[in-house]
Design a protein around this ligand. Structure first.
Ligand code: NAP
Length: 250
């Protein structure tokens, strides 16, 4: 038996249209899972077709994760249509700027999408998982779950909290058959980091500090997500798995 196989499992991935979310959805589909792709707007790009090409069943759901009522409504709709075994809380936003200039509204936007929606989705999908005695939750954390970063206070706070939430829920749910873990990507070439990569000085500084000597591609996050979603990680609880080219070891 392949301990990484996900045949017969259904995985929901938020922020599945692009970047790490799309890569995670495709990796889960490659491992045999059916997918529920959660997008921000009607346009989910090519990802649904790409999952379908891999042979898995695919459903889509649209919700603004900054709106708790919309999150709840979308989650209940998904649950009414079938069981979700694996939840990947991937969607996230970043607002760059010095702490002294952060507007309250922008602070709230980041916390609502990156943290509040993650907790709400964990509650809504984690409840049925605890009842069934089976489930895998994978939150997407960050290097800024460990470090303060530069001019990204709201993001760093949200990602530290995602790591804390991961550990807190693992303590509550491990004995109920639900694994709650996180993947902490290093510096990945996605829309989230477009501004950094467009600044030649910051781009070079960051690359020089990465022991692997390069930025990651989104599909390099997929294996860690599949591992944490699989039977191979049944005894892994509350872990924040850095996939960072060695960044944290420096
Ligand atoms: P990305 O391509 O910008 O992906 C972010 C995703 O979140 C998009 O699919 C976006 O949907 C979705 N999203 C944003 N606001 C939303 C909202 N209000 N409601 C629902 N969905 C929303 O960037 P990414 O790098 O792949 O980011 C994915 C995750 O990885 C984020 O949590 C990010 O913090 C984390 N991360 C990224 C890096 C990195 O270096 N790139 C490093 C560490 C952690 P739309 O495109 O439709 O708006």
């Amino acid at each position: 038996m392949n301990p990484f196989a996900l045949d017969g499992r259904t995985a929901l991935v938020t922020g599945a249209r692009s970047g790490i979310g799309r890569a995670a959805a495709l990796a889960l589909a490659d491992a045999g899972a059916d997918l529920v792709l959660c997008g921000h707007r009607d346009d989910l790009g090519t990802v649904a077709d790409e999952v379908g090409d891999r042979g898995g069943k695919v459903r889509t759901v649209v919700a603004d994760l900054g709106d708790p009522a919309a999150v709840r409504e979308a989650a209940l709709r998904v649950l009414a249509a079938g069981t979700v075994d694996i939840l990947v809380n991937n969607a996230g936003i970043i607002r760059r700027g010095p702490a002294l200039s952060i507007e309250q509204a922008a602070w709230g936007d980041v916390l609502r999408v990156n943290l509040d929606s993650v907790f709400l989705l964990c509650q809504l999908f984690g409840g049925p998982m605890c009842e069934r005695g089976y489930g895998k939750i994978i939150n997407i954390a960050s290097m800024l779950s460990f470090q303060g970063g530069i001019n990204v206070a709201s993001y760093a706070v949200s990602k530290h909290a995602v790591a804390g939430l991961t550990r807190a829920l693992a303590n509550e749910w491990a004995a109920r058959g639900v694994n709650v873990n996180a993947v902490a990507p290093g510096y990945v070439a996605t829309a989230n980091t477009a501004e950094l990569r467009a600044d030649p000085v910051r781009e070079a500084e960051i690359r020089a500090r990465i022991p692997a000597g390069r930025w990651a591609q989104p599909d390099e996050m997929g294996g860690a997500v599949v591992f944490l979603a699989s039977a191979a990680a049944d005894y892994v609880h509350g872990h924040v798995l850095a996939v960072d080219g060695g960044w944290l070891s420096r």
